[in-house]
Design a protein around this ligand. Sequence first.
Ligand SMILES: N[C@H](C=O)CCC(=O)O
Length: 433
Amino acid sequence: MQEKLKKSRQLYSEAEKVIPGGVNSPVRAFKSVGSTPVFIKRGQGALIEDVDGNTYLDYVGSWGPLVLGHRHPKVMEALHQCLEQGTSFGAPTELETELARIIVDALPAMDMVRLVNSGTEATMSAIRLARGYTGRDKIVKFEGCYHGHADFLLIKAGSGALTLGVPTSPGVPQSTAEHTITVPFNHLDILRKVFEETGQEIAAVIVEPVPGNMGVVPPLPGYLKGLRALTREYGAVLIIDEVMTGFRSAYGGAQVLFDIEPDLTCLGKIIGGGLPVGAYGGKREIMSQVAPSGPVYQAGTLSGNPLAVTAGIATLKILQEEGVYEELETKSAQLEKGLREAAGAAGLNLIFKRVGSMLCTFFTSDDVYDFETATRSNTEQYAHFFKLMLDKGVYLAPSQYEAAFMSLAHTKEHIERTIEAAYHSFAEVARLK
Ligand SMILES: N[C@H](C=O)CCC(=O)O
Protein backbone atom coordinates (compact mmCIF):
# COMPACT_ATOMS: atom_id res chain seq x y z
CA MET A 1 0.00 0.00 0.00
CA GLN A 2 2.79 2.43 0.94
CA GLU A 3 4.20 2.20 -2.63
CA LYS A 4 0.79 3.07 -4.04
CA LEU A 5 0.74 6.23 -1.92
CA LYS A 6 4.10 7.65 -2.97
CA LYS A 7 2.87 11.10 -3.92
CA SER A 8 0.50 11.29 -0.95
CA ARG A 9 3.49 10.59 1.32
CA GLN A 10 5.52 13.36 -0.32
CA LEU A 11 2.66 15.83 -0.03
CA TYR A 12 2.07 14.84 3.58
CA SER A 13 5.66 15.51 4.58
CA GLU A 14 5.45 18.93 2.89
CA ALA A 15 2.16 19.65 4.66
CA GLU A 16 3.58 18.67 8.05
CA LYS A 17 6.13 21.48 7.74
CA VAL A 18 3.49 24.20 7.57
CA ILE A 19 0.24 22.76 8.94
CA PRO A 20 0.01 21.22 12.46
CA GLY A 21 -0.03 17.45 11.95
CA GLY A 22 -0.17 18.10 8.20
CA VAL A 23 -3.96 18.39 8.23
CA ASN A 24 -6.66 20.98 8.83
CA SER A 25 -8.81 18.67 10.94
CA PRO A 26 -7.32 15.90 13.12
CA VAL A 27 -9.51 13.04 11.84
CA ARG A 28 -7.87 13.40 8.42
CA ALA A 29 -4.41 12.44 9.66
CA PHE A 30 -4.89 8.63 9.71
CA LYS A 31 -3.03 8.79 13.04
CA SER A 32 -5.11 6.15 14.81
CA VAL A 33 -4.61 3.71 11.95
CA GLY A 34 -0.87 4.40 11.68
CA SER A 35 -0.93 5.18 8.00
CA THR A 36 -0.31 8.01 5.53
CA PRO A 37 -3.36 10.15 4.78
CA VAL A 38 -4.49 9.84 1.21
CA PHE A 39 -4.38 13.18 -0.62
CA ILE A 40 -7.45 13.48 -2.79
CA LYS A 41 -7.44 15.05 -6.21
CA ARG A 42 -11.04 14.72 -7.37
CA GLY A 43 -14.34 12.99 -6.81
CA GLN A 44 -17.15 11.81 -9.04
CA GLY A 45 -20.31 10.14 -7.78
CA ALA A 46 -19.35 7.54 -5.17
CA LEU A 47 -15.70 7.54 -6.23
CA ILE A 48 -12.68 9.57 -5.23
CA GLU A 49 -9.27 9.58 -6.87
CA ASP A 50 -6.02 10.31 -5.04
CA VAL A 51 -2.94 12.14 -6.27
CA ASP A 52 -1.25 8.81 -7.12
CA GLY A 53 -4.10 7.85 -9.45
CA ASN A 54 -5.73 5.27 -7.12
CA THR A 55 -9.52 5.30 -7.03
CA TYR A 56 -11.65 4.41 -4.02
CA LEU A 57 -15.30 3.84 -3.24
CA ASP A 58 -15.95 6.66 -0.82
CA TYR A 59 -17.92 5.97 2.38
CA VAL A 60 -16.69 9.13 4.13
CA GLY A 61 -18.48 11.56 1.82
CA SER A 62 -16.59 14.53 3.29
CA TRP A 63 -17.73 13.27 6.74
CA GLY A 64 -21.39 13.28 5.86
CA PRO A 65 -22.43 16.19 3.63
CA LEU A 66 -22.20 14.39 0.29
CA VAL A 67 -25.42 12.40 0.42
CA LEU A 68 -25.72 12.84 -3.36
CA GLY A 69 -22.11 11.81 -3.99
CA HIS A 70 -19.43 14.01 -5.52
CA ARG A 71 -20.16 16.58 -8.21
CA HIS A 72 -23.86 15.93 -8.64
CA PRO A 73 -24.71 17.59 -11.99
CA LYS A 74 -27.58 19.68 -10.58
CA VAL A 75 -25.46 20.98 -7.70
CA MET A 76 -22.57 21.75 -10.04
CA GLU A 77 -24.83 23.57 -12.48
CA ALA A 78 -26.39 25.68 -9.72
CA LEU A 79 -22.93 26.51 -8.36
CA HIS A 80 -21.61 27.57 -11.76
CA GLN A 81 -24.54 29.91 -12.23
CA CYS A 82 -24.17 31.37 -8.75
CA LEU A 83 -20.44 31.92 -9.20
CA GLU A 84 -21.20 34.16 -12.17
CA GLN A 85 -22.88 36.63 -9.80
CA GLY A 86 -20.03 36.87 -7.28
CA THR A 87 -18.82 35.00 -4.23
CA SER A 88 -19.86 36.97 -1.15
CA PHE A 89 -21.64 40.25 -0.42
CA GLY A 90 -21.97 40.52 3.35
CA ALA A 91 -25.52 41.67 2.65
CA PRO A 92 -28.81 39.78 2.50
CA THR A 93 -29.62 37.71 -0.58
CA GLU A 94 -32.86 36.08 -1.68
CA LEU A 95 -31.10 32.71 -1.63
CA GLU A 96 -30.71 32.80 2.16
CA THR A 97 -34.46 33.14 2.67
CA GLU A 98 -35.03 30.33 0.16
CA LEU A 99 -32.79 27.93 2.09
CA ALA A 100 -34.24 29.06 5.43
CA ARG A 101 -37.76 28.46 4.09
CA ILE A 102 -36.88 24.94 2.87
CA ILE A 103 -35.38 24.07 6.27
CA VAL A 104 -38.22 25.54 8.30
CA ASP A 105 -40.81 23.75 6.15
CA ALA A 106 -39.02 20.42 6.68
CA LEU A 107 -38.84 20.63 10.47
CA PRO A 108 -42.20 20.88 12.26
CA ALA A 109 -40.58 22.21 15.45
CA MET A 110 -38.71 25.03 13.72
CA ASP A 111 -40.21 28.46 13.08
CA MET A 112 -37.01 30.41 12.39
CA VAL A 113 -33.44 29.60 11.49
CA ARG A 114 -30.14 31.49 11.48
CA LEU A 115 -27.45 30.43 8.99
CA VAL A 116 -23.84 30.22 10.16
CA ASN A 117 -20.65 28.71 8.73
CA SER A 118 -20.15 25.38 10.48
CA GLY A 119 -21.65 22.88 12.87
CA THR A 120 -19.38 24.17 15.63
CA GLU A 121 -20.78 27.68 15.19
CA ALA A 122 -24.32 26.31 15.20
CA THR A 123 -24.00 24.42 18.50
CA MET A 124 -21.96 27.19 20.14
CA SER A 125 -24.59 29.77 19.20
CA ALA A 126 -27.51 27.54 20.21
CA ILE A 127 -26.00 27.08 23.68
CA ARG A 128 -25.48 30.83 24.10
CA LEU A 129 -29.07 31.39 23.04
CA ALA A 130 -30.39 28.75 25.47
CA ARG A 131 -28.40 30.37 28.28
CA GLY A 132 -29.61 33.83 27.35
CA TYR A 133 -33.19 32.64 27.07
CA THR A 134 -33.30 30.72 30.38
CA GLY A 135 -30.90 32.91 32.38
CA ARG A 136 -29.18 29.67 33.51
CA ASP A 137 -25.55 28.59 32.98
CA LYS A 138 -25.28 24.83 33.18
CA ILE A 139 -25.60 22.53 30.20
CA VAL A 140 -25.84 18.77 29.90
CA LYS A 141 -24.07 16.81 27.18
CA PHE A 142 -23.59 13.09 26.66
CA GLU A 143 -20.32 11.19 26.91
CA GLY A 144 -18.95 10.46 23.45
CA CYS A 145 -21.24 12.92 21.70
CA TYR A 146 -19.40 15.51 19.65
CA HIS A 147 -20.86 18.95 18.99
CA GLY A 148 -17.86 20.67 17.42
CA HIS A 149 -14.92 22.16 19.25
CA ALA A 150 -16.24 25.06 21.35
CA ASP A 151 -14.66 24.97 24.84
CA PHE A 152 -17.77 24.06 26.81
CA LEU A 153 -18.64 21.20 24.40
CA LEU A 154 -15.16 19.68 24.13
CA ILE A 155 -15.67 17.68 27.27
CA LYS A 156 -15.81 13.89 27.12
CA ALA A 157 -16.26 14.46 23.40
CA GLY A 158 -16.32 11.90 20.61
CA SER A 159 -14.98 12.05 17.04
CA GLY A 160 -11.29 12.95 16.54
CA ALA A 161 -10.93 13.99 20.18
CA LEU A 162 -11.86 10.47 21.28
CA THR A 163 -9.78 8.81 18.58
CA LEU A 164 -6.71 10.77 19.64
CA GLY A 165 -7.37 10.03 23.32
CA VAL A 166 -8.08 13.64 24.35
CA PRO A 167 -11.85 13.66 24.79
CA THR A 168 -11.41 16.64 27.11
CA SER A 169 -8.88 18.97 25.54
CA PRO A 170 -6.17 20.92 27.35
CA GLY A 171 -6.98 24.61 26.95
CA VAL A 172 -10.55 24.24 28.17
CA PRO A 173 -10.60 26.32 31.39
CA GLN A 174 -11.82 24.53 34.49
CA SER A 175 -14.19 27.43 35.09
CA THR A 176 -15.79 26.70 31.71
CA ALA A 177 -15.82 22.92 32.08
CA GLU A 178 -17.59 23.10 35.41
CA HIS A 179 -20.73 24.40 33.72
CA THR A 180 -20.94 21.27 31.55
CA ILE A 181 -22.44 18.17 33.11
CA THR A 182 -21.72 14.95 31.22
CA VAL A 183 -23.89 11.87 31.48
CA PRO A 184 -23.94 8.55 29.58
CA PHE A 185 -26.23 8.35 26.55
CA ASN A 186 -29.24 6.00 26.71
CA HIS A 187 -29.51 6.05 30.54
CA LEU A 188 -32.59 8.09 31.38
CA ASP A 189 -32.39 7.21 35.09
CA ILE A 190 -29.00 8.94 35.42
CA LEU A 191 -30.22 12.05 33.63
CA ARG A 192 -33.32 12.16 35.80
CA LYS A 193 -31.12 12.12 38.90
CA VAL A 194 -29.06 15.04 37.54
CA PHE A 195 -32.26 17.01 36.95
CA GLU A 196 -33.55 16.18 40.42
CA GLU A 197 -30.33 17.57 41.91
CA THR A 198 -29.62 20.61 39.69
CA GLY A 199 -32.59 20.89 37.31
CA GLN A 200 -33.27 24.56 38.08
CA GLU A 201 -29.71 25.52 36.99
CA ILE A 202 -29.73 23.66 33.67
CA ALA A 203 -30.13 25.89 30.62
CA ALA A 204 -30.02 23.15 28.01
CA VAL A 205 -29.51 19.52 27.17
CA ILE A 206 -27.70 19.03 23.88
CA VAL A 207 -27.84 15.66 22.18
CA GLU A 208 -27.03 13.96 18.91
CA PRO A 209 -30.28 12.03 18.35
CA VAL A 210 -28.22 9.23 16.82
CA PRO A 211 -24.71 9.71 18.20
CA GLY A 212 -22.43 9.33 15.22
CA ASN A 213 -19.15 10.39 16.76
CA MET A 214 -18.55 7.33 18.94
CA GLY A 215 -19.41 5.02 16.09
CA VAL A 216 -23.14 4.90 15.45
CA VAL A 217 -25.18 4.41 18.62
CA PRO A 218 -28.96 4.30 18.06
CA PRO A 219 -31.17 5.69 20.82
CA LEU A 220 -33.00 3.01 22.82
CA PRO A 221 -36.77 2.96 22.28
CA GLY A 222 -38.40 5.83 24.18
CA TYR A 223 -35.11 7.44 25.19
CA LEU A 224 -35.43 10.62 23.14
CA LYS A 225 -39.07 11.06 24.19
CA GLY A 226 -37.92 10.67 27.81
CA LEU A 227 -35.34 13.40 27.26
CA ARG A 228 -38.02 15.66 25.84
CA ALA A 229 -40.31 15.08 28.81
CA LEU A 230 -37.57 15.71 31.39
CA THR A 231 -36.32 18.94 29.80
CA ARG A 232 -39.87 20.22 29.53
CA GLU A 233 -40.56 19.40 33.18
CA TYR A 234 -37.55 21.45 34.33
CA GLY A 235 -37.79 24.29 31.81
CA ALA A 236 -34.49 23.41 30.12
CA VAL A 237 -34.04 23.93 26.39
CA LEU A 238 -33.71 20.70 24.40
CA ILE A 239 -31.15 21.17 21.62
CA ILE A 240 -31.05 18.42 19.06
CA ASP A 241 -27.76 18.45 17.21
CA GLU A 242 -28.62 17.22 13.74
CA VAL A 243 -25.41 18.38 12.10
CA MET A 244 -24.79 14.77 11.07
CA THR A 245 -28.34 13.38 10.96
CA GLY A 246 -30.11 16.42 9.48
CA PHE A 247 -31.66 15.49 6.12
CA ARG A 248 -29.82 12.16 6.39
CA SER A 249 -31.85 10.03 8.80
CA ALA A 250 -35.00 11.29 7.08
CA TYR A 251 -36.06 14.39 5.15
CA GLY A 252 -35.69 16.97 7.93
CA GLY A 253 -33.70 14.74 10.23
CA ALA A 254 -33.77 12.21 13.06
CA GLN A 255 -36.34 14.30 14.95
CA VAL A 256 -38.77 13.51 12.13
CA LEU A 257 -37.84 9.82 12.21
CA PHE A 258 -38.26 9.56 15.99
CA ASP A 259 -41.07 12.13 16.24
CA ILE A 260 -39.33 14.43 18.73
CA GLU A 261 -40.07 18.13 19.07
CA PRO A 262 -36.91 19.96 20.19
CA ASP A 263 -36.76 23.61 21.23
CA LEU A 264 -33.67 24.23 19.12
CA THR A 265 -32.03 22.27 16.31
CA CYS A 266 -28.49 22.52 14.95
CA LEU A 267 -27.73 21.68 11.35
CA GLY A 268 -24.71 21.59 9.04
CA LYS A 269 -23.15 19.20 6.52
CA ILE A 270 -25.96 18.20 4.08
CA ILE A 271 -27.68 21.62 4.15
CA GLY A 272 -24.50 23.05 2.58
CA GLY A 273 -24.24 20.36 -0.10
CA GLY A 274 -20.48 20.05 0.48
CA LEU A 275 -19.74 23.73 1.12
CA PRO A 276 -19.19 25.23 4.59
CA VAL A 277 -22.51 25.92 6.27
CA GLY A 278 -24.26 25.52 9.61
CA ALA A 279 -27.59 26.60 11.02
CA TYR A 280 -29.49 26.78 14.27
CA GLY A 281 -33.17 27.32 14.62
CA GLY A 282 -36.29 26.57 16.58
CA LYS A 283 -39.27 28.10 18.27
CA ARG A 284 -40.00 31.72 17.37
CA GLU A 285 -40.14 32.70 21.04
CA ILE A 286 -36.53 31.57 21.53
CA MET A 287 -35.12 32.56 18.13
CA SER A 288 -36.45 36.10 18.43
CA GLN A 289 -33.93 36.58 21.25
CA VAL A 290 -31.13 36.49 18.64
CA ALA A 291 -29.58 39.82 17.58
CA PRO A 292 -30.69 42.08 15.99
CA SER A 293 -34.25 41.19 16.98
CA GLY A 294 -33.13 40.32 20.53
CA PRO A 295 -30.14 40.77 22.86
CA VAL A 296 -28.26 37.46 22.32
CA TYR A 297 -25.39 38.36 20.02
CA GLN A 298 -24.17 36.18 17.16
CA ALA A 299 -22.74 37.25 13.79
CA GLY A 300 -20.65 36.16 10.80
CA THR A 301 -19.03 37.87 7.80
CA LEU A 302 -19.59 34.89 5.51
CA SER A 303 -22.80 33.59 7.09
CA GLY A 304 -25.34 32.63 4.44
CA ASN A 305 -22.62 32.61 1.80
CA PRO A 306 -24.31 32.49 -1.63
CA LEU A 307 -22.29 29.55 -2.92
CA ALA A 308 -22.87 27.42 0.17
CA VAL A 309 -26.54 28.31 0.24
CA THR A 310 -26.90 27.49 -3.46
CA ALA A 311 -25.32 24.05 -3.04
CA GLY A 312 -27.60 23.46 -0.05
CA ILE A 313 -30.76 24.43 -1.90
CA ALA A 314 -29.87 22.25 -4.89
CA THR A 315 -29.13 19.31 -2.59
CA LEU A 316 -32.29 19.63 -0.52
CA LYS A 317 -34.44 19.91 -3.64
CA ILE A 318 -33.12 16.56 -4.84
CA LEU A 319 -33.78 15.08 -1.41
CA GLN A 320 -37.43 16.14 -1.78
CA GLU A 321 -37.84 13.73 -4.70
CA GLU A 322 -39.99 10.67 -4.19
CA GLY A 323 -38.23 7.48 -3.07
CA VAL A 324 -34.88 9.04 -2.19
CA TYR A 325 -34.80 7.94 1.45
CA GLU A 326 -36.17 4.50 0.58
CA GLU A 327 -33.30 4.14 -1.89
CA LEU A 328 -30.75 5.15 0.77
CA GLU A 329 -32.31 2.65 3.19
CA THR A 330 -32.27 -0.21 0.66
CA LYS A 331 -28.66 0.38 -0.25
CA SER A 332 -27.55 0.75 3.35
CA ALA A 333 -29.42 -2.39 4.42
CA GLN A 334 -27.77 -4.28 1.56
CA LEU A 335 -24.35 -3.14 2.75
CA GLU A 336 -25.08 -3.97 6.38
CA LYS A 337 -26.31 -7.47 5.47
CA GLY A 338 -23.27 -8.13 3.32
CA LEU A 339 -20.85 -6.94 5.99
CA ARG A 340 -22.55 -9.08 8.65
CA GLU A 341 -22.27 -12.14 6.41
CA ALA A 342 -18.67 -11.37 5.56
CA ALA A 343 -17.72 -11.04 9.23
CA GLY A 344 -19.65 -14.22 10.06
CA ALA A 345 -17.88 -16.14 7.31
CA ALA A 346 -14.56 -15.09 8.83
CA GLY A 347 -15.70 -16.34 12.24
CA LEU A 348 -15.82 -12.81 13.68
CA ASN A 349 -18.64 -12.00 16.04
CA LEU A 350 -18.97 -8.24 15.58
CA ILE A 351 -21.59 -5.61 16.35
CA PHE A 352 -23.12 -3.66 13.47
CA LYS A 353 -25.15 -0.55 14.20
CA ARG A 354 -27.04 1.36 11.57
CA VAL A 355 -29.65 4.08 11.37
CA GLY A 356 -30.58 4.75 7.75
CA SER A 357 -27.51 5.63 5.73
CA MET A 358 -25.14 5.80 8.75
CA LEU A 359 -23.45 2.52 9.59
CA CYS A 360 -20.72 1.40 11.98
CA THR A 361 -18.87 -1.86 12.58
CA PHE A 362 -17.70 -2.31 16.17
CA PHE A 363 -14.97 -4.87 16.72
CA THR A 364 -16.55 -6.28 19.85
CA SER A 365 -19.12 -8.98 20.49
CA ASP A 366 -20.80 -7.10 23.36
CA ASP A 367 -23.79 -4.94 22.54
CA VAL A 368 -23.09 -1.21 22.07
CA TYR A 369 -25.47 1.38 23.50
CA ASP A 370 -23.33 4.09 25.15
CA PHE A 371 -19.80 5.50 25.34
CA GLU A 372 -18.50 2.79 27.67
CA THR A 373 -19.74 -0.07 25.48
CA ALA A 374 -18.68 1.70 22.24
CA THR A 375 -15.12 2.09 23.49
CA ARG A 376 -14.85 -1.67 24.12
CA SER A 377 -14.31 -2.03 20.40
CA ASN A 378 -10.88 -3.33 19.44
CA THR A 379 -9.45 -0.29 17.67
CA GLU A 380 -6.34 -2.19 16.54
CA GLN A 381 -8.51 -4.64 14.66
CA TYR A 382 -10.46 -1.76 13.17
CA ALA A 383 -7.21 -0.11 12.05
CA HIS A 384 -6.14 -3.32 10.39
CA PHE A 385 -9.51 -3.70 8.68
CA PHE A 386 -9.41 -0.09 7.53
CA LYS A 387 -5.99 -0.51 5.90
CA LEU A 388 -6.99 -3.75 4.16
CA MET A 389 -10.14 -2.13 2.80
CA LEU A 390 -8.20 0.92 1.63
CA ASP A 391 -5.78 -1.31 -0.20
CA LYS A 392 -8.77 -2.93 -1.93
CA GLY A 393 -10.12 0.46 -3.01
CA VAL A 394 -12.66 1.13 -0.26
CA TYR A 395 -12.25 4.40 1.62
CA LEU A 396 -13.75 4.17 5.12
CA ALA A 397 -13.33 6.62 7.99
CA PRO A 398 -9.82 6.26 9.41
CA SER A 399 -11.33 5.95 12.87
CA GLN A 400 -13.42 3.39 14.67
CA TYR A 401 -15.58 6.15 16.11
CA GLU A 402 -17.03 7.55 12.90
CA ALA A 403 -19.85 6.39 10.68
CA ALA A 404 -19.70 5.02 7.17
CA PHE A 405 -22.02 7.16 5.03
CA MET A 406 -24.02 5.78 2.12
CA SER A 407 -24.84 8.13 -0.75
CA LEU A 408 -27.36 8.03 -3.56
CA ALA A 409 -24.43 7.72 -5.97
CA HIS A 410 -23.43 4.30 -4.61
CA THR A 411 -24.71 1.59 -6.94
CA LYS A 412 -25.55 -2.06 -6.31
CA GLU A 413 -22.30 -2.97 -8.02
CA HIS A 414 -20.32 -0.61 -5.75
CA ILE A 415 -21.90 -2.20 -2.70
CA GLU A 416 -21.18 -5.71 -3.95
CA ARG A 417 -17.57 -4.71 -4.54
CA THR A 418 -17.38 -3.35 -0.99
CA ILE A 419 -18.78 -6.58 0.46
CA GLU A 420 -16.35 -8.64 -1.59
CA ALA A 421 -13.47 -6.56 -0.20
CA ALA A 422 -14.89 -7.03 3.31
CA TYR A 423 -14.91 -10.85 2.94
CA HIS A 424 -11.17 -10.80 2.31
CA SER A 425 -10.41 -8.13 4.89
CA PHE A 426 -12.40 -9.70 7.74
CA ALA A 427 -10.76 -13.07 6.97
CA GLU A 428 -7.35 -11.42 7.22
CA VAL A 429 -8.26 -9.70 10.51
CA ALA A 430 -9.50 -13.04 11.90
CA ARG A 431 -6.22 -14.72 10.93
CA LEU A 432 -4.21 -12.15 12.92
CA LYS A 433 -6.53 -12.12 15.93
N1 LIG B 1 -16.98 13.56 13.17
C1 LIG B 1 -16.45 14.82 12.72
C2 LIG B 1 -17.57 15.70 12.36
O1 LIG B 1 -18.68 15.33 12.25
C3 LIG B 1 -15.55 14.55 11.58
C4 LIG B 1 -15.11 15.77 10.82
C5 LIG B 1 -13.94 16.49 11.39
O2 LIG B 1 -13.74 16.57 12.60
O3 LIG B 1 -13.17 17.01 10.58
